[in-house]
Design a protein around this ligand. Structure first.
Ligand code: HEM
Length: 231
């Protein structure tokens, strides 16, 4: 009994950790989307924004370290909880259809791991700039890092656009369950509030997907182009 209680308490603790770190990651995703949407305002706006971020220096590094810690804790707690749940229920449910869960809820681990793999690719692509030699050293007329041209040249490639949109779709599925789980861990878990929270979570995830996907699609279809160029 004592071990069961200990396990239960530690699983509540891990769920709270997942909710708190999930919130940090979610806030980053929203802020990053708002920053990236500046691509529609043109090269000067996006490049000036990127420069301002870089100029933050130590504050930027603090934010990066916090974000990375949140990501590591989020994944660690998810893996631990999954292992503990399997140990507590070694025989899987014989008839899964009787359990009321959504597709997003059942695939949280796999969608999460694919989004994690995407983040690694994304960092290699835009932060370390090693996956695409065409964009490795780009500067604008002011001599600043030309984030705008780097993004536009990248998404003119069908495969890069396809990879990003697919990853955004999985992120959206992950968030649609993650956001509602977060609210439930925070205590909004009565019968009345759950359907409402699930609806808000789905709509929020869809808006985030549309916002992010609008960038590669607008570039692929040449609605957003290189400055003054025919491309
Ligand atoms: C259309 C979608 C996206 C675009 C165009 C985009 C664009 C960028 C660019 C240009 C950078 C490098 C900024 C610089 O070096 O100045 C960057 C960094 C980053 N992006 Fe994205 N991003 C997208 C989606 C995402 C998503 C969905 C996530 C997370 C799930 C994400 C996470 C990150 C992280 C963690 C960094 C590193 C931030 C840093 O170094 O401070 N991005 N992104």
């Amino acid at each position: 009994m004592a071990t069961e209680l200990k396990l239960y308490r530690s699983s509540i603790g891990k769920k709270a950790l997942m909710a708190a770190t999930g919130l940090v990651l979610f806030l980053f995703i929203v802020a990053h989307l708002l920053g990236n949407l500046l691509v529609f305002a043109g090269p000067d706006s996006l490049n000036a924004y990127a420069k301002k971020l870089r100029d933050l220096g130590a504050v930027l590094w603090l934010a990066r370290i916090s974000l990375l810690s949140a990501l590591v804790i989020h994944i660690w707690a998810a893996v631990k909880l999954t292992i503990e749940n399997r140990r507590a229920r070694p025989v899987r449910y014989a008839y899964k259809a009787t359990i009321e869960t959504t597709y997003a809820a059942r695939t949280m681990m796999i969608s999460g791991l694919i989004v994690f793999a995407y983040i690694i690719y994304h960092l290699l692509h835009f932060t370390f700039r090693v996956t695409n030699p065409r964009i490795s050293h780009m500067t604008d007329a002011m001599g600043h890092h030309d984030v705008y041209s780097m993004v536009v040249l990248s998404f003119q490639n069908l495969w890069i656009t396809f990879t990003y949109v697919l990853a955004m779709a999985l992120l959206c599925i992950h968030l649609s369950h993650g956001i509602s789980s977060m609210f439930q861990s925070l205590g909004f878990n009565n019968e009345k509030s759950i359907p409402m929270i699930q609806k808000v979570a789905r709509i929020t995830a869809l808006i985030i997907f549309l916002g992010y996907a609008s960038i590669p699609f607008s570039i692929l279809f040449r609605w957003v182009r290189l400055p003054g160029g025919v491309l």
